[in-house]
Design a protein around this ligand. Sequence first.
Ligand code: UD1
Ligand code: CA
Length: 508
Amino acid sequence: MLQGDNAQPSSQRAAAHPEPVSTVVLAAGEGTRMRSATPKVLHRIAGRPLVEHAVRAAAGIDPDQLVVVLGHGRDAVAEHLNSVSDSLGRPITTAVQEEQLGTGHAVSCGLAELPDGLAGTVLVSYGDVPLLDADTLRAMLDEHAASGNAVTVLTSVVADPTGYGRITRDASGQVTGIVEQKDATAEQAAITEINSGVYAFDAEVLTGALKRLSTDNAQGELYLTDVLSIARGDGRTVGTLICSDTWLVEGVNDRVQLSRLGAELNRRLVTRWMREGVTVIDPATVWLDCDVTLARDVTLEPGVQLRAGTTVGEGATVGPDTTLTNCAIRPGASVVRSHGEGAEIGPNASVGPFAFLRPGTSLGADGKIGTFVETKNAEIGEGTKVPHLSYVGDATIGEKSNIGAATVFVNYDGVNKHHTKIGSHSRTGADNMFVAPVEIGDGAYTAAGSVITQDVPPGAMAVARGRQRNIDGWVAKRRPGTAADQAAQRALGNEPTDDAETSNGEGR
Ligand code: UD1
Ligand code: CA
């Protein structure tokens, strides 16, 4: 996958040395081509902003210093980086590039945050290259150390080099520099070996060359890429590491590339989980975020999206057509055609089809949240079932209870939310309203159609509805001659009236 171009015999190569390594990730650009109010590097694929992918790769080689250069949308980007720093458990230094004067200027801003007398290796990568991984960065460090290069650049040979800087080489094949698309002659534009934007620099060579950059180019910017020709001009060696997996070095400049790389990252994630023992019926319609954990023998049916923080336990089935964010699906459970966030579904429990699980939902082992059921802040005990057409909000329900169809937990009085508690082994009737705060004891029953406003003691039956009364002969008197009247007369064994025989029915 990775091929160094330095042909020195290994005896002449320096051994990998424990020099200090600093990494600088550039993320100050606006990303004009995204046409977005959101800074480019905060656009997401697989649930993570582009800059987080870049920073995690850089952190993966455990550098002594990790600097991210911010500019456009710096507050929002810095805030996100705080959470990344927490999750990685390592410091991330941020530098600010007030004006976007080019990638070379951005690196200078980054280095300004590092201690004086910088030595060792500086690894630079760009915040808009999301599939680059730590393995490739490690290979860069190894190649750089082993070759003794002053600069090593990660390159790739691509079918369509449009937009990338091209690698120029002399007759002997040695790298002479990088020419940007906008500065390239027709001949240079035809070169298909491109600059990925990942470099390993000798720290002194880099700091020296950065001071000598000029803006004499098509974009009037200080190009980091010019460091290569400067180093070469000083008689230093510049080498490449060629990456044959071109996806790893692709950058995102617009939303077409965002979706293209998002789809590729998804294919890689889905493939990885299939190799770990997950059955994915239709990989093309299953979308997984990076922060998802799947156990063996999980089955993902078509049309499933599993978003950040979701875990699915052994033997569980999700889908078809289900979206889960930050949910824990325990072993053996099934979630069918549903939408959930912040919910925990117990072992062997079942959800859906058509359930809406909102934050704070927890369903015990063997429980059921059935069809057209919405739940929120609802702790539903082991073996308890809410099978049909219900809203369960702000509730605690014990074990092995059954909630009748079309029940509403009336939790909101227009100002405050209130809690409903239902015990274990309770049987509540269909079409109940539980007007919170209210408590139904263990083993209690409620009658269908009840509006429960008072606590029900254990073992009691609560009936809270109007008594039924039947007014005999009402239809014959008030709706004579209608189809209803005819049907009633027939059922009562009476002769239909002449009038009724010619009638078309009601509504006249
Ligand atoms: C750059 C390279 C090009 C390479 C390509 C790889 C230069 C001059 N060109 O081009 O050779 O093939 O990346 O993807 O380096 N940035 C700053 N401050 C700035 C300018 C840019 O922080 O003043 C950051 C951007 O946020 C971005 C990265 O640097 O993350 C690259 O900038 P971009 O404008 O996308 O450069 P490309 O035109 O893609
Ligand atoms: Ca770019």
